[in-house]
Design a protein around this ligand. Structure first.
Ligand code: ZN
Length: 339
């Protein structure tokens, strides 16, 4: 009951990349970088085990950015042709690469870190991939002429890598779609179809993470504009509930998402975010139990997985470790209380 997991990413050690920064440059190159990524992956897995995390991840230690880590292995994207684009409905301006031809994979994307993580732990292993809509919202298109078509092509590439990850021994494939609550109309039109394309034929468990973003300034400002209750999920939860995805990961700790919206996910397992990644205040076990108790009003206990609100990549490493320990201890207490 109440198995624990994290959304995906953890902070990287300072010897691998500059800390407390998204998209930090690597501090090594070549074979040294490969070895350092492997060491960091092992540390990330062991830290999760020590903290009582049941379904562990590679901590995304081998990618600089959750979208561009995947794109690096995609042919048809010209990284020298960068244009400024407003992404997530213009919440950020970013310099993004351009799609100039049909998209295909150059080879495996995440084989090394998936295999390293698998060899390091007997725990269940979750692996995250960026979602088709989120990737399509992070690149400029000069080839497909239609976001839905480009997203379906990306769904096919993600599916190719997801199948290979499952063959590596991954137990849960999670697709990260932070763009879902920005474009609810497109979610209905093609977002779910592209998501289902990404998980087609997988026999392992599947999950989607949707969220209001990391605790960075642009997101904090955006969230202030959303009012006292965030109801964006009300439009997309029914669509996700009807989809073939098994699990949904969402933020619930310190979130303004009305908790009763969880009842719209009654056909899914829900990774309930019980740890806030936008504050350095470390949750107490009681605070973790309180979020689980609130979710229990709307979901059966068998459907609840205790997780983090979002990725922890930009956090301080010691704070992230303390929060993982709080997650493990809080879930343990909830098992005693509600078991
Ligand atoms: Zn997130």
């Amino acid at each position: 009951m109440f198995p624990t997991t994290i959304t995906g990413s953890l902070p990287k050690p300072a010897w691998l990349a500059e800390p407390n920064r998204l998209w930090a440059p690597w501090r090594l190159a070549g074979a040294d970088l490969d070895a350092a990524k492997r060491d960091a992956t092992i540390l990330a897995v062991k830290l999760q085990e020590d903290c009582g995390i049941d379904v562990v991840t590679d901590g995304e230690q081998s990618r600089q950015h959750f979208v561009h880590g995947f794109l690096e292995q995609v042919a048809g994207v010209d990284f020298d042709r960068k244009v400024e684009m407003g992404i997530r409905a213009d919440r950020y301006k970013a310099m993004v690469p351009t799609v100039t031809g049909a998209l295909s994979l150059k080879g495996r994307v995440h084989a090394a870190e998936a295999q390293t993580a698998r060899a390091t732990t007997k725990h269940k292993l979750k692996f995250t991939l960026p979602g088709p809509m989120t990737i399509a919202d992070t690149i400029a298109d000069a080839h497909y002429g239609d976001r839905a078509r480009m997203a379906m092509a990306l769904g096919s590439l993600l599916n190719q890598e997801a199948r290979a990850l499952a063959a590596d021994g991954v137990d849960v494939i999670q697709i990260d779609e932070p763009a879902f609550n920005v474009y609810p109309g497109e979610v209905a039109d093609w977002g779910i179809a592209a998501l289902e394309r990404a998980i087609e034929g997988l026999t392992c468990a599947t999950a989607v993470h949707i969220c209001y973003g990391y605790g960075i300034e642009a997101n904090i400002t955006w969230k202030r504009s959303l009012g006292s209750e965030w109801r964006q999920y009300e439009a997309i939860f029914p669509l996700i509930n009807a989809s073939r995805i098994d699990q949904v990961s969402i933020e619930c700790r310190n979130s303004r998402v009305p908790i009763e919206l969880l009842k719209l996910l009654d056909r899914k397992q829900v990774q309930v975010g019980v740890i806030d990644v936008a504050t350095e205040a470390v949750e107490t076990p009681e605070e973790v139990v309180a979020v689980i108790a609130a979710a229990l009003k709307y979901l059966p206990k068998e459907s609840i997985i205790a997780g983090t609100n979002c990725g922890m990549a930009p956090m301080r490493r010691d704070v992230a470790a303390a929060k993982l320990a709080a997650l493990g201890r809080g879930a343990e207490r909830a098992r005693r209380q509600f078991g």
